[in-house]
Design a protein around this ligand. Structure first.
Ligand code: HEC
Length: 136
C-alpha cells in the first residue's frame, strides 16, 4: 500500500529502521538475560570449589567463635545448641553437618548460614570442627 503523497514526511522512522530497532531491542533483552543467567551460574557453579584463603579463614574463625558460639557456647562445649567439639562431631557424616550449617534445621533454633558462606567454606568449618576448631 502506497502512502498518499506527502504522508512520508510525517513518518518519523522508515519501516526498515523500525524493524531494526525492534530486532536490536530483542537482542539487547536477550543479552541481558544471558548476562543474568551466567552471573547466577557463576555464583553457584564456581563458589564451592574455591577454598577459603587466609583472610577469609580468619573471618570464618571469628564467625564460628562469636556467632555460632552464642548458641553453641563460646568454647563450643554446648549451650542452647549442642557441643561442636571433635568428640561430638567426629563420627557424624560431614555432608550432613555441612547441610545443617548451610540450611539450618527447620523447627529448631539452628538457623541457615548459606547467605553468609558458600559450600566450600561450610565444608572447611566442618572439617575443622571435627578435628578441633582453631582459636584464632
Ligand atoms: C540461634 C542459635 C544457633 C546458632 C547461632 C547456631 N546454631 Fe547450630 N544449632 C543450634 C541448635 C539448637 C542445634 C540443634 C538442632 C537440633 O535440635 O537438631 C544446632 C545444631 C548444629 C549442628 C549439628 C550438630 C549435631 O551434632 O548434629 C551443627 C554442625 C551446627 N549447629 C553448627 C553451627 C554453626 C557452624 C553455626 C555458626 C555458623 C551455628 N551452628 C550457629 C543452634 C544454633
Amino acid at each position: 500500500m502506497n502512502p498518499a503523497p506527502g504522508a512520508n514526511t510525517r513518518r518519523a522512522t522508515p519501516p526498515q529502521a523500525r524493524r531494526f530497532n525492534r530486532i536490536s531491542s530483542r537482542i539487547i533483552a536477550a543479552l541481558f538475560m544471558l548476562a543474568g543467567a551466567s552471573a547466577a551460574d557463576y555464583v553457584s557453579a564456581s563458589e564451592p570449589v574455591a577454598q577459603p584463603n587466609a583472610a577469609r579463614r580468619s573471618e570464618l574463625i571469628n564467625l564460628v567463635r562469636q556467632d555460632c558460639g552464642s548458641c553453641h557456647g563460646l568454647t563450643l562445649k554446648g549451650g542452647l545448641g549442642p557441643a561442636l567439639l571433635p568428640q561430638a562431631l567426629q563420627d557424624k557424616p560431614a555432608d550432613s553437618l555441612k547441610a545443617t550449617i548451610l540450611q539450618g534445621r527447620p523447627g529448631t533454633a539452628m538457623p541457615p548460614w548459606q547467605r553468609f558462606m558458600n559450600e566450600a567454606e561450610a565444608e572447611w568449618i566442618v572439617t575443622n570442627l571435627q578435628k578441633g576448631f582453631p582459636s584464632d
